[in-house]
Each structure stands twice: as structure tokens, then as C-alpha cells.
Design a protein around this ligand. Structure first.
Ligand SMILES: [Cu+2]
Length: 144
């Protein structure tokens, strides 16, 4: 019965870039187009494959670093490396070799709504504060 809880949840494994793999793409929007073909969910995995050249799957922290091709971050150097995401979040990947990123070897992976739980939490706190305010207002009403 343990697997019943998983009904309706199907994690997928994607090969980044499809048949092309993770290389300098033929056009700079290639990976943007590839990611736009799918909606990614928690539990999905991504395999970075390349058979020619030297590449990395480097995850940078911010959109700014991504836009600027900042080549510092979590660097995964092995072809065939598989990355699995466990939370909704937005991940920025680029290749840190030479000018590969500048030539379009970069990709944004959005899991779910792309908003990490740590950012979703404050809205829950705000809702709790709002209901506390509502109940205290109610209490004052009855006291009068
Ligand atoms: Cu590269």
C-alpha cells in the first residue's frame, strides 16, 4: 500500500537538450526553446550529456550571474551527471568552459512554480498574522 501515496506523481528524467545534449548549441536560444517544451515538477531529473568537447554543468545562484555568464558556482564536470530536484525552485545552469555560455550553452530550469519554499513561507506567516488581527478585532468588537 506504500505506493498508493505516489499515485498521480510521476517523476521524469530529461536528457538536457534532447539529442543534441549539453554542448555549444547551434543557436543561442536552443536551450530556452528546449526547456519551454516541458513543465518540470518536483522529483524530475536532468542528465547532462556530451560526447565532444569539454563542458561543465555549472549551477549559478542568481539570474544576474546567469545573464552575465558568471563562471563560479556548483560545477559538475562529468558527462552524464544527473541532477534531481526536490523542491520548487528556479535553477540557473551554464557551461563554465571558455565562451560556451556566451554562445548560448546556458539554461534556466524552473521546477513547479519556480518559487522555493523559503520564499513561500513568509506569505503563510502573513496569512497567520492577518487571521490573528481578524480575531483580535473580533474580540474587541464583542468587548464593546
Ligand atoms: Cu561547454
Amino acid at each position: 500500500m506504500g505506493k498508493v501515496a505516489c499515485l498521480g506523481f510521476r517523476a521524469n528524467t530529461y536528457t538536457v537538450g534532447g539529442d543534441l545534449g549539453w554542448i555549444i548549441p547551434p543557436n543561442s536560444s536552443y536551450y530556452e526553446e528546449w526547456t519551454s517544451q516541458s513543465t518540470f515538477q518536483i522529483g524530475d531529473s536532468f542528465v547532462f550529456n556530451w560526447t565532444t568537447g569539454t563542458h561543465t554543468a555549472t549551477e549559478v545562484s542568481t539570474k544576474e550571474e546567469y545573464d552575465n555568464c558568471t563562471k563560479m558556482g556548483l560545477i559538475l564536470k562529468d558527462a552524464g551527471v544527473k541532477v534531481t530536484f526536490k523542491d520548487n525552485d528556479t535553477h540557473y545552469f551554464l557551461c563554465s568552459e571558455g565562451t560556451h555560455c556566451e554562445q548560448g550553452q546556458k539554461m534556466i530550469i524552473k521546477i513547479g512554480d519556480g518559487i522555493p519554499p523559503s520564499f513561500a513561507a513568509p506569505s503563510l506567516t502573513a496569512a497567520a498574522a492577518l487571521s490573528a488581527l481578524f480575531f483580535s478585532t473580533l474580540a474587541i468588537f464583542f468587548l464593546n
